[in-house]
Design a protein around this ligand. Structure first.
Ligand SMILES: CC(C)(COP(=O)(O)OP(=O)(O)OC[C@H]1O[C@@H](n2cnc3c(N)ncnc32)[C@H](O)[C@@H]1OP(=O)(O)O)[C@@H](O)C(=O)NCCC(=O)NCCS
Length: 241
């Protein structure tokens, strides 16, 4: 093994750097963007969720995934952020193109303003009796496949543990294999089916539930999955309560 092998071996084993995201509670300033994420993730949902009402609810707790970097120093591995400045460098044509691109971006994200954190996803939980019920989990389409839905689910389970819930439960469309894969990875198993549960197409829902999350076995498995997630995507800050 020569020096270059040592360097590449060290690179292979060094965990990725932290990404510019924080999982934190939904706040008043996020209401518009949360509604946008919902529209993107659940286009057929009607009526839309009143996030303002959820914020006041005694049983609901929502977490958002907020992007904390800024256009001038944006992480290049993530979808681009619009530049907050109105003037672009690089000549008038380049400037006009950039302004056009920003306008398209802002039309898709009308609630975002320069200086705001971008809300890339959210998860909502209702605490009923001794269960934490995931009422919704969604990520903006351009941010999917980057480990962010998984990060939100980890934060939701950690919150449920801190709230001393017995188990986490949810409903999912029978056709939604992406979400089911995510839930199965976190050891949710099928506990039943609600016939014609979704009003848009009368699709059935699978009811999926974890084992008791306070059990040592489940905690150990969760810790392994979190360590694997950090190895693959880097560490991330989660403020779940
Ligand atoms: C479901 C959703 C939240 C997943 O978020 P995501 O950020 O794209 O997923 P991640 O990148 O964190 O992937 C986590 C796991 O999900 C599953 N998954 C993600 N994308 C997948 C795909 N294209 N095909 C199959 N499984 C997939 C895998 O199990 C993956 O783990 P792995 O990478 O170890 O294989 C996201 O797709 C979404 O917002 N969908 C629309 C809304 C929705 O359906 N919500 C669930 C309602 S119950």
């Amino acid at each position: 093994m020569d020096a270059s092998d040592t360097v590449s071996a060290a690179r292979r084993h060094s965990p990725p750097r932290a990404r510019p995201f924080v999982v934190r509670s939904l706040e008043e300033r996020d209401l518009g963007q949360a509604a946008e994420v919902e529209k993107d993730a659940f286009p057929t949902l009607f009526p839309p969720t009143s996030f303002r009402r959820e914020l006041r609810s005694r049983i609901a707790r929502y977490l958002v995934l907020a992007r904390t970097d800024h256009a001038d120093s944006a992480d290049p591995s993530l979808p681009p952020l619009p530049n907050s400045g109105e003037r672009a460098r690089g000549g008038p044509l380049f400037g006009r193109l950039m302004n056009g691109a920003r306008q398209v971006w802002r039309n898709r994200n009308p609630s975002w303003k320069p200086g705001d954190e971008l809300i890339a996803g959210f998860v909502g939980l209702w605490y009923v009796v001794d269960e934490a019920h995931v009422v919704a989990i969604g990520v903006r389409s351009e941010y999917r496949g980057l480990g962010l839905g998984e990060l939100l689910l980890i934060a939701a389970i950690e919150q449920a543990m801190a709230m001393e819930s017995r188990a986490v439960t949810l409903e999912v469309r029978v056709s939604n294999h992406v979400a089911q894969n995510l839930y199965r990875k976190y050891e949710f198993t099928e506990r039943g089916r609600r016939k014609g549960y979704y009003t848009d197409n009368r699709e059935d829902a699978l009811i999926m539930t974890t084992k008791p999350i306070g059990d040592a076995g489940y905690r150990e498995r969760l810790n392994e999955l979190i360590a694997q997630h950090e190895d693959r995507w880097g560490p991330s800050e989660r403020r779940t309560l």
